[in-house]
Ligand binder design. Structure first.
Ligand code: ARG
Length: 564
């Protein structure tokens, strides 16, 4: 139940044709001061239409408007301030949260249509970077969000498993690497070779030529090149999988760039057919001047295809395979131009579905204010971050709850959850500087704070000996603290919708934090376990909070331990 509806309805009854229902609903706002009630309606816009002053309109409306949801309506200057009927609204909200369980906050917008989400997509033979972690957790949260809107998410790991860097790697391996060293420590050794290549290439320019040559051999299906490439790829995937397992993230497809090798001729032919290709210094390009973009490079002068060519092939493949309603690409902000070009080329090709493609950019993670660079070997190793977070979680648990069962498991859930939540709690476009200490802090606005709040709420229910509730019981709570909690529970469905409209998981992270704070205040001020006529209903509220926090965390991809 979104109480904007009944209030807007009551207003509409008074206003008739002067203004539409949707307009009324969108004008309703939260009053800045709590003592001004729960919702406010500004009368400015009506002044012109009704030819009366906003103050007069507000007064008239306040005197007439009525609904079982409204306890009182008061005019304050040009505003009508509404206080909702707490008994009525509270009862409905608690009923709904408990009755609907995990389905609470579901919408039916998507009609089951497909939404492929290009996410994570790390590059083979390199460590997974913090940027790829962002893409992974944001992508996963968006998958859960679109699912709540009744779309079917398809999580695609568009692995960076093709491109000139494999030529470099093969050269470096043949010159400075050994099989034993790679087997012993694949990613680190491959990274070392990659960095070595770039260092040497600064003075030895022939290396770049050799690398191009080896990549060409790979593209032509040369046996040795292919064997090395497959080996590097398998070793990388094993490492990536360890991270995905710890994050509890699964993919529906691992079709990376190499998958499109045999699908690129088709793209090039189509571009030719549509007379979109031009030659520039021997290279094939699509001119995008009319989009105010630089040309898209489709084929190099030596015939090698590019990142863009593969993305074009992938877009066509996804449309054909999934007939998507929307196609999302969760990729760092620095690739904005690439995705603008991608959309522009598809538009030029005459595909109106190009407009359903959306780049979901996110900000950079820096260290000491500086960008991390794989080429220079400056990387934060993700597994080390997770391990560190888990070990700090364990310390906290030892201190606070030494007798906890499954300490190891809980520490894993809390440590990893801290990292994920930290990544999702701010607007995705914000850059942030990465310091491990800050990530694994357990006080304040953190994942562990939300997890802990829920675990504590569960322990209250255990103490009360009641863990299930019948939604048909009549619930009504009217005190200030309960009301703040109820309002946040009530806002959950519209919060999900907002997270979807903005493709912004932080909206839900903030909801989880606000609900946790409101609940903790409630619990400090209301004696839940004491005998009282409202005891049963208070416990129902605690139960509803445990449900809603769990769902917030589930959507964000954070585990919710039962005890902490
Ligand atoms: N592998 C790329 C990188 O790490 C990201 C790929 C994103 N997805 C795509 N379809 N281009 O930069």
């Amino acid at each position: 139940m979104d109480y904007h509806y009944p209030i807007a309805e009551a207003l509409q009854e008074q206003l008739g044709d002067a203004i539409t229902f949707e307009q009324i609903k969108s004008l309703l706002e939260k009053p800045k001061l709590a003592e001004h009630g729960d919702l406010a309606f500004p009368a400015f816009q009506l002044a012109r239409i009704l030819r009366k002053s906003p103050v007069q309109i507000a007064q008239e409306l306040a005197g007439k408007v009525s609904s079982p949801y409204i306890e009182k309506a008061v005019a304050v200057g040009p505003y009508v301030n509404f206080s909702l009927d707490r008994t009525h609204v509270g009862r409905e909200v608690l009923n709904e949260v408990i009755r609907e369980g995990e389905a609470y906050g579901n919408h039916s917008l998507g009609n089951g249509r497909n939404v492929p989400i290009d996410m994570s997509s790390p590059n083979i033979a390199k460590p997974m970077s913090m940027g790829h972690l962002r893409s992974t957790v944001i992508g996963n949260a968006l998958a859960n969000i679109v699912q709540k809107m009744d779309y079917k998410p398809i999580k695609i790991n568009h692995l960076g498993d093709w491109g000139t860097q494999f030529g470099k790697l093969i050269v470096a391996y043949k010159k400075w690497g050994t099989e034993e060293a790679v087997r012993a420590n694949p990613i680190q050794e491959l990274l070392r070779l990659y960095v070595e290549f770039h260092e040497q290439a600064e003075t030895n320019h022939e290396l770049e030529d050799e690398a191009r040559h080896w990549f060409k051999r790979l593209e032509d299906g040369d046996e040795e090149a292919t064997r090395l490439w497959e080996w590097f790829k398998n070793e990388s995937l094993k490492e990536f999988q360890r991270v995905y397992d710890r994050l509890h993230i699964e993919f529906d497809s691992y079709h990376g760039e190499a998958f499109y090798n045999d699908k690129m001729d088709e793209v090039v032919d189509l571009l030719k057919e549509k007379e979109l290709l031009t030659t520039d210094h021997g290279a094939q390009i699509v001119d995008l001047e009319k989009y105010d973009l630089n040309p898209a490079l489709i084929k190099k002068s030596d015939g090698a295809t590019l990142y863009m060519t593969r993305d074009l092939a992938a877009a066509l493949y996804r449309k054909k395979t999934y007939d998507f309603a929307l196609s999302l690409y969760v990729v760092g902000n620095e690739q904005s131009n690439h995705f603008k070009q991608l959309k522009a080329v598809l538009t030029e090709m005459g595909y109106d579905w190009a407009q359903d493609i959306q780049h979901i950019p996110f900000g950079l993670i820096t260290q000491g204010g500086k960008k991390l660079s794989t080429r220079k070997g400056k990387v934060v190793l993700l597994e080390e971050v997770l391990n560190e977070a888990v070990s700090q979680a364990k310390e906290q648990i030892e201190e606070k709850n030494p007798h906890l069962k499954n300490k190891e498991d809980v520490a894993e859930q809390v440590g990893v959850g801290a990292v994920v939540f930290h990544d999702l709690k701010n607007d995705r476009l914000n850059n942030f500087d990465f310091t491990i200490k800050e990530v694994v802090q357990f006080e304040g606005e953190t994942g562990p704070y939300v997890q802990y709040t829920r675990a504590r709420a569960l322990s209250i229910l255990r103490k009360a000996g009641q863990t299930s509730f019948d939604p048909s019981d009549a619930y009504a709570l009217t005190d200030e603290y309960s009301w703040e909690v109820i309002k946040l529970l009530q806002e959950f469905p519209s919060t999900v919708q907002r997270a979807f409209e903005r493709f912004e998981p932080s909206v839900l992270a903030k909801h989880a934090l606000n609900l946790s704070q409101a609940f903790n205040k409630f619990y400090t001020n209301v004696r839940v376990l004491e005998e009282h006529p409202e005891k049963q209903t208070r416990l129902a509220l605690v139960y509803a909070v445990t449900q809603n926090l769990k769902e917030d965390l589930r959507i964000l991809g954070v585990q919710a331990p039962e005890e902490m």
